[in-house]
Design a protein around this ligand. Structure first.
Ligand code: RM4
Length: 262
């Protein structure tokens, strides 16, 4: 499996969940360098260390990893990510802008801080890292690369306790559409992945509600919640040269959750 042979891949929010699965799948597909952003607290530090070991084992030492801790909502973090990646590998071929949060909350009583933090991490953070990496992809030789924004089914539909979250996912989808136009001339492709309900830390508490869980599974045509590696495969496809003529596109990865009206 070498869809990403000799590619340098950068992933934000990589220490767990979908980001982690994308890192492992990229190594499996022959990536030689991974620039892995993670939050940097004690928990994510330990996760990153175990991920490094997993990637070393998976790639038989073929894939090198550079970890970059930091709050993605801080634009400095994106500068650090690009600097570390270029110093280690000389270039960035793929960006998976994945870091995100979803603190489920009731709308009318939601503190403004919850809205602000969710917007800062999910949307501002995506903007900062996409812009920083795109500038690198424009200046490197050969020029270009593939940028994948992790939007969501929630870019297309609402959620009662996600009034602060769904606008950020719609924003990421829209950003990829406009960036595709702005960056095509530099051979940079920009696409959005729209995961459905993927069982990870982000929704563990929400899906602990038996009724909500059963409703979601029943509505999902393929009859199960998604797993992180269900998303990693489509990400590797969009990152690879198999998708060399794909830009400005959106790909639902939701087991049929979106279409299943009746
Ligand atoms: C996704 C989608 C899922 C939810 C997670 C937290 O974008 O909204 O349904 O469980 O976010």
């Amino acid at each position: 499996m070498t869809l990403l042979a000799d590619k340098i891949v950068c992933i934000t929010g990589s220490s767990r969940g979908i980001g982690r699965a994308c890192a492992v799948e990229s190594a499996k597909h022959g990536a030689t360098g991974l620039t892995l952003h993670y939050f940097g607290d004690e928990e994510s530090e330990a996760e990153l260390q175990s991920l490094k070991e997993e990637i070393y084992a998976t790639s038989h030492g073929h894939c090198r990893v550079v970890g970059v801790p930091g709050d993605i909502a801080d634009s400095e973090t994106s500068q650090k990510i690009v600097k570390a990646g270029v110093e280690a590998f000389g270039r960035i071929d793929v960006l998976v802008s994945n870091a995100g949060i979803c603190p489920f909350a009731e709308f009318l009583t939601m503190p403004h801080a919850t809205w602000e933090r969710t917007r800062q991490v999910n949307l501002d953070g995506s903007f900062y890292v996409v812009q920083a990496v795109a500038n690198q992809m424009k200046s490197q030789v050969p020029q270009g690369g593939s940028i994948i924004g992790l939007a969501s089914i929630s870019a297309l539909v609402g959620g009662e306790f996600q009034c602060h979250y769904t606008p950020t996912k719609a924003g990421i989808l829209s950003m990829m559409q406009s960036c595709a136009i702005a960056l095509g001339k530099y051979n940079i492709r920009c696409n959005a992945i729209l995961p459905g309900t993927i069982a990870t830390d982000i929704n563990k508490e929400d899906l602990a509600n038996k009724e909500k869980r059963e409703y979601t599974i029943k509505r999902t045509v393929l009859g199960r919640l998604g797993a992180p590696d269900d998303v990693a495969g489509p990400v590797v496809f969009l990152a690879s040269d198999l998708a060399k003529y794909v830009t400005g596109a959106q790909l639902l990865v939701d087991g049929g959750l979106f279409v299943n009206l009746q």
